[in-house]
Design a protein around this ligand. Structure first.
Ligand code: SF4
Ligand code: SF4
Length: 194
């Protein structure tokens, strides 16, 4: 096995002073650039959401069959391969099929997930994906950070991102412009109730 070779540092690098000055110079260069050029891209989030790249690993979703059942057959491959051990599956028997199983419950503890995507890679049924583009994975309680089968299947049906539905549950914390019916923050010039 090849062990990593220790990096040799020069005397100037070992006393750090020159490196600190170099670091400060880079920070100052970026600060002045941003101050005078102002060519950085910003988004008026949450009114405008950033479109994530196609391969961005966002919130997990469970894919479904044409009849609405989840594709997952509760084989446990994803749970086995998950390095964070954050997937919990309760398998159930199907009445009309003595071989295939289905997940009675399927939960991912998003506080432990490291977004490695191994679960997606390991799945033999293309039953779990991270292609939702949803990056607002947050909650007011630890319990709400456990995404269950119903939530991950709803994402397939195009339900609202998690961050917006928080405001429905915690209306006191909702930002200005939040519309309860729409369950989202409406742009200032958009008429309400349509
Ligand atoms: S992305 Fe990685 S850590 Fe998260 S549930 Fe899948 S396998 Fe586990
Ligand atoms: S999501 Fe895929 S890998 Fe995980 S239990 Fe279901 S079928 Fe198996």
């Amino acid at each position: 096995m090849n062990l990593p070779v220790e990096q040799k540092r020069t005397f100037l690098e070992r006393i750090y002073l020159v490196e600190i000055v170099k670091g400060l110079a880079i920070t100052l260069r970026h600060a002045l650039h941003n101050l005078f050029k102002q060519d950085f891209e910003t988004f008026e989030y949450p009114d405008v959401r950033k479109e994530m790249p196609e391969r961005y690993k966002g919130a997990h979703r469970l894919t479904t069959r044409p009849d609405g059942r989840v594709k997952c057959v509760a084989c446990m491959c994803c749970a086995q391969v998950c390095p964070a051990k954050c997937i919990t599956i309760e398998a159930g028997e199907l009445d009309d099929d003595p071989i295939e199983k289905y997940p009675v419950e399927f939960q991912i503890d998003m506080l432990r997930c490291i977004y490695c995507g191994f679960c997606v890679e390991a799945c033999p049924k293309d039953a779990i994906r991270m292609d939702t583009g949803i990056y607002e994975i947050n909650a007011f309680t630890r319990q709400d950070m456990i995404h269950d089968k119903a939530y991950m299947t709803d994402l397939m049906a195009g339900k609202k991102p998690l961050a917006e539905s928080f405001y429905r549950a915690h209306q006191d914390a909702a930002p200005p412009g939040y519309d309860l019916e729409e369950d989202r923050v409406l742009p200032v010039d958009e008429p309400r109730g349509l």
